[in-house]
Design a protein around this ligand. Sequence first.
Ligand code: FCX
Length: 435
Amino acid sequence: MDPVKQKLKEVGSKRAEQLKRLVAEHGNDVIQEVTLEQVISGMKGIVALLTDTSSLDPEEGIRFRDYSIPELRQHLPKLKDDGEPLPEGLFYLMLLGEIPDRATVDFISRDWARRAADIPGHAFDVINALPKSAHPMIQFNTAILAMSTQSHFRKAYMEGMDKKDYWDPMYEGVNDLISRLPVIAAYIYRRVFHNEKYIDMDPSLDWAGNLAHMMGYDSEEIKRLMRLYMVLHADHEGGNVSAHTTHLVGTALSNPYYSFAAGMNGLAGPLHGMANQEVMVWLEQLIAEIGDNPTKEQIREYAENTLKQGRVIPGYGHAVLRKTDPRFTEQLNFANKYIPEAPLIKLVRNIYEVVPDVLRSTGKVKNPWPNVDAISGSLLTSYGITEHPIYTVLFGVSRSLGVLSSLIWDRIYGQPLERPSSKSLEWYMKKVGFK
Ligand code: FCX
């Protein structure tokens, strides 16, 4: 058996037993009170999900299992000492709660390269059936669904598998799916933006390095950037739209392809993953209106105008965070180290000095600070990956690592169908004695 799966089996059965005992002994304990405003404002702050892969602190930001991003960069295996951690290692950490050694990370790289070689031809046919003008996220999500014909989970379910074994075909399907996403993403990229000049996978490369290679970028600089990008976007606890949707659909025992495609449809919204493309549109308009070296005063005016038009400033604000997103900071540090003079990075730095004040002055924005999307597109563009519509697809490839390792755990824990209650306006009014 594969060593990762073997370990998961051991860890999984212990934790599933712990959860069972926890609910049996404390199932009636009250953990939180919920206000009407929380329900109506998108359930913010309501603790209602079980997710082990990562947790989010409003001030500190993301921790993958117990590790902050700087700690990850220190401890996860890398190809070279001065390189970025390999996303395969982060997958292992999220799945098993431990930092893997280099040999295990190499095993995952080789396993994913092997699995990626077996994509059904009709996944490419459905992409080709769509117009090239269809947004890359439409092409990506369609291909993900098309690949579900190979679902181990569905096959095993139809054969009457015992529910305590659900995690096993889920593990296989998740690894197949993650391994294949870079191939699908690169195929869409080359189809839409590079005249269908496709590049074969190099099975000797790591998962993120291969993505860069298949997109047409073979420099070590871009592979390093891709590894950083794939690590930073991998997870953001369980309540964000893509993670929660993947989980929710999975509770109907939908296979990993159905579940992940649902999550990716959420990622395609402009308030979530598509914000990375929206930021570039916002920056391009700014440059077109003012020029590529705007003063801070001009940036302030432009931002204020965006608000006057009833639009959001993309890349700023967050539903949970109340400080600058550490994923923004890590990308800025990376840019300051390798490409400090890039004009777009200078612009991002100037915007960072101005926009938080503009948002604060509205009196209603709870978090005026930049999130991950405020810089990711500028970084990619500065390295020559200038086609903005592919950015959310890259986010999606990375997000698979977190939401799909959680999906395996959902089946290990035997998480049941998710089914909260909904009530009418009249019900809420009556409940609080509203006259
Ligand atoms: N620009 C303008 N207005 C903003 C704003 C922004 N960047 N962020 C929040 N607001 C507004 C909200 O629209 C809301 O206005 P309303 O009361 O008139 O409806 C008010 O401030 C309060 O919202 P708040 O509680 O602070 O934020 P929410 O939790 O409702 O929303 C998001 C969070 C992220 C959706 C919001 O900050 C936003 O729209 N940001 C811009 C889009 C973006 O960058 N999304 C990416 C987020 C993330 F990193 C990711 O998922 O990738």
